[in-house]
Ligand binder design. Structure first.
Ligand SMILES: C[S@@+](CC[C@H](N)C(=O)[O-])C[C@H]1O[C@@H](n2cnc3c(N)ncnc32)[C@H](O)[C@@H]1O
Length: 221
């Protein structure tokens, strides 16, 4: 199942046969040390290529980022997983708050974003993994990590097939520690019934200062 999801997205991000592609290091070199606007432009260009997979034209606002991250107990969180880091808007904000002995695993399907993040964000606590969120269990096992305290997800659940959406949520629940929390932000409520069927408690909130305004879901097992 995970492989099917991975394959369908992989097909979406692969080029046509015979088409010349820029090697990853070229992408990294071009984006090295660029500022916020340049990141936003890189993100928008990728949206034009992969609109369904990306789900948003612009990165999250700092209002939304702060609103999501204020829900985390930074003193005690030791393992945080980010699903769909994109150009690292949240990743960097998470690292600023993360305990020195904690780890952050960022799982991203888009190879260009993975290259960008590996090049831009240097921090020994960060593991950037190219893969599907549906494989979070296997990815963590490979890293010899378990019992996730927080999963922070901005995946475009609205655009996914039902089976893929369900699989990612079930896997997310499975890897969470008993008191672990899933924080999701979305632009629609489409994921809500799936969250309610997977999680014991789902609390919904709203952040207006984002393009578009976003819903925040706080879910516990
Ligand atoms: C709406 S963007 C969010 C980007 C960034 N976190 C932000 O808030 O600005 C969603 C991200 O999820 C990634 N993505 C989509 N499906 C995924 C999947 N199944 N597994 C991992 N990443 C995925 C996309 O490539 C994109 O970077």
């Amino acid at each position: 199942m995970a492989t099917q999801n991975q394959c369908s997205w992989d097909l979406a991000i692969s080029r046509q046969p015979g088409q010349v592609t820029a090697p990853m290091h070229d992408v990294q070199r071009r984006e090295r040390s660029r500022g916020v606007l340049s990141r936003a432009w890189f993100f928008a260009r990728n949206f034009l290529r992969h609109p369904v997979m990306q789900g948003s034209l612009v990165p999250s606002s700092h209002f939304l980022v702060n609103d999501v991250l204020r829900r985390v107990d930074w003193e005690n969180a030791r393992l945080v997983v980010e699903l769909g880091p994109g150009v690292g808007t949240l990743t960097q904000a998470i690292l600023k708050r993360l305990h020195p002995e904690a780890a952050l695993v960022a799982i991203e399907l888009n190879a260009d974003f993975v290259g960008f993040l590996r090049n831009e964000v240097e921090d020994p606590r960060l593991h950037v993994v190219r893969g599907s969120a549906a494989d979070v269990g296997r990815i963590l096992a490979d890293l010899k990590l378990s019992q996730v305290d927080y999963i922070i997800s901005s995946l475009p659940y609205t655009n996914m097939r039902d089976s893929v959406r369900r699989e990612i949520l079930q896997e997310s629940r499975r890897v969470l520690a008993p008191k672990g929390v899933l924080l999701i932000f979305q632009y629609t409520t489409k994921v809500l019934p799936y969250l309610r069927s997977c999680f014991k408690s789902v609390h919904q909130d709203f952040q207006l200062l984002n393009v578009p305004p976003a819903l925040i879901f706080h879910c516990t097992r």
